[in-house]
Design a protein around this ligand. Structure first.
Ligand SMILES: [Ca+2]
Ligand SMILES: [Ca+2]
Length: 303
């Protein structure tokens, strides 16, 4: 019997315990169910408000973000500024090109150069020949002392006949050479600055009893100015300038020559008839003939 009782008691205990657990669980469910129903709306309201706020905030923030996004449009302005700076840079090379026109004054000295070149010809008409002294014509006058060249051949230095310039003169004492020039050539380098027509006169002397004897010499000027020509004087026993050319027998002409250009020439004299004296030779323009005869003038200078 006892075992049955015990088993019955155990079953009872289990049933009571199970009932208690069921009751406990039911009470808890009721308790939590009441609490869950009291807060839900406010919570839901708050949640909605919060969600609404969240939306408004998000929406408000989003447009603001979008509003703040436009400023990035400024970068678009920045490239514009860089573009505006670029044309400025293009303007900058223009002022750099301006200094080039300032370099234009350089051509000015080029203009001065030709001006100096123009003045040069007037100062130096023709290059001065190298070598011996060239007796130079100045102001239409060229004065040559016969003894400025050494006496050669039949020429003799003398000073017995009064009326000569300086220390003396030359007299041809060689053999007569009536048909052609001989070897007793006196040579005078000369320089003509002013080309044109000139007259050649000899300060001469002869005392032969026959006026037509011992009264002439040969003369020539290089450069085609005057080939050898007989030059004679008709005045006896006196120093005079009155000589003429005789290019052919009986053809008497004024002793005129013409220099085609400025430059160096050579005047030469050689003997023709015995006893003819020459002291000075002048090559002068016709309008300067009287001045060229002045015995006080010294021989022309060298050039
Ligand atoms: Ca003399
Ligand atoms: Ca003669």
């Amino acid at each position: 019997m006892s075992s049955d009782n015990k088993s019955n008691n155990s079953i009872l205990i289990i049933l009571v315990g199970g009932l208690a657990v069921v009751l406990a669980l039911l009470g808890g469910v009721l308790l939590f169910g009441a609490v869950g129903e009291t807060d839900p709306e406010p919570v839901a309201a708050n949640m909605g408000a919060v969600s609404a706020e969240a939306d408004t905030v998000r929406s408000a923030d989003l447009p603001q973000v979008n509003a703040t996004l436009p400023p990035p449009a400024e970068p678009t302005d920045l490239p514009v500024a860089t573009v505006t700076n670029t044309p400025i840079a293009t303007d900058t090379p223009v002022p750099t090109a301006t200094p080039l026109p300032t370099a234009t004054p350089t051509p000015a000295p080029v203009v001065q150069a030709p001006a100096a070149a123009v003045a040069a010809p007037t100062d130096t008409p023709v290059p001065v020949p190298a070598g011996p002294c060239h007796l130079a014509e100045q102001n239409g006058m060229l004065l040559i002392d016969i003894d400025s060249a050494p006496a050669v051949g039949g020429w003799v230095f003398e000073n017995s006949a009064a009326g000569f310039f300086g220390d003396g003169y030359y007299t041809y004492r060689g053999e007569e050479s009536l048909r052609q020039p001989n070897n007793s050539v006196l040579s005078y380098p000369i320089y003509i600055n002013n080309p044109g027509v000139y007259e050649v006169h000899l300060w001469n002397y002869h005392d032969h009893p026959d006026t037509s004897e011992g009264n002439d010499a040969w003369l020539q000027i290089s450069g085609g100015v005057r080939s050898w020509v007989k030059t004679f004087s008709g005045f006896r026993d006196q120093w005079n300038w009155d000589n003429l050319f005789e290019p052919s027998p009986g053809n008497h002409t004024e002793p005129v020559v013409s220099f085609p250009a400025a430059g160096a020439y050579t005047l030469e004299v050689t003997g023709r008839s015995h006893g003819f004296s020459i002291d000075r030779i002048i090559v002068v323009k016709p309008e300067m003939l009287i001045h060229g005869r002045n015995p006080d003038l010294p021989q022309s200078g060298c050039q």
